[in-house]
Write a protein that binds this ligand. Structure first.
Ligand SMILES: [Fe+2]
Length: 275
């Protein structure tokens, strides 16, 4: 076993001792019936997609961060990302959605912590989809574009808010449903196109602006589906049970000034490592 794999196993072991969380009331975005349905679906598949869940917040985010979204170039041919955002407290409270946070806690059976500042993301590949047959021909053969099936950092669970309509002809994430249930052993961090096609059904993370998808990328296989012409815009919010926190590299710019009015206990606790 090489050193990197040993480190991964050590992280898993260290965080197998997890902190309990206390349930909080749901906010008005979901009824308890809807919440229970999504939780069951998330536990079974490792992913859920909720259309237009953040429709209002998506418009506010686009307005708030127009400087980031106004100059989108195909030539970037990559992700354009920004972390360490300055965020208005009220908008932050709503995008750090308590229903989704609780869903992640219940799924993980432990308190979840924000790993970093929510990030803004423009995905503009500028090339057609890559498969394991031709991946070696591109500059992304090392995985820099996440365009082959992979697992993320151990215990990383997250949700992405689409900030434009994203359809099947736009770049989007593919997730192999139920792949989280299999332990991939020593070769568990990547998988071929053929393996995934043979063994799993896919969820396409598409939908109208404001759609959110919540997924377990730490234990379920996923990749970027690339298209040449179009791009995707999103806000990405990442959680772990406490490992791999990116406090130094991506602090939230104005969190120290927040009063956390209206944040519930689950939300406040989730910020513990970023304060
Ligand atoms: Fe990933």
């Amino acid at each position: 076993m090489d050193l990197l794999k040993k480190e991964f196993y050590k992280i898993h072991l260290r965080y197998s001792q997890r902190k309990a969380f206390r349930k909080v009331p749901l906010n008005a975005k979901l009824t308890s019936e809807q919440y229970n349905k999504y939780l069951a679906e998330f536990k079974a598949n490792g992913i859920i997609v909720i259309d237009s869940y953040f429709a209002q917040e998506a418009d506010e985010l686009l307005k708030e961060y127009d400087y980031f979204f106004k100059d989108i170039k195909k030539d970037d041919k990559d992700y354009k990302r920004i972390f360490s955002l300055s965020i208005k407290e009220d908008l932050f409270r709503r995008v750090l959605d308590s229903n989704l946070l609780q869903l992640l806690c219940e799924y993980s059976e432990s308190q979840q912590y924000l790993r970093a500042s929510p990030g803004l993301n423009i995905t503009y590949p500028g090339f057609a989809d890559i498969t394991s047959k031709n991946i070696g021909e591109t500059k992304y053969r090392d995985g820099g574009f996440a365009n082959f099936y992979h697992l993320d950092t151990p215990n990383l669970r997250q949700y992405h808010i689409l900030l434009k309509d994203v359809g099947m002809d736009d770049p989007h994430m593919l997730y192999a449903r139920k792949s989280k249930q299999k332990h991939f052993g020593l070769h568990y961090r990547i998988a071929s196109e053929e393996y995934v096609e043979t063994n799993y059904e896919l969820t396409h993370c598409v939908g109208p602006k404001g759609t959110v998808y919540v997924f377990d990328g730490g234990s379920g296989l996923h990749r970027m589906y690339a298209t040449e012409e179009n791009y995707r815009m999103s806000m990405d919010i990442m959680f772990t049970p406490g490992n791999s926190i990116l406090k130094e590299s991506c602090p939230i710019v104005n969190i120290g000034e927040m009063k956390f009015d209206g944040f519930d206990e689950l939300q406040k606790e989730s910020l513990k490592y970023l304060k």
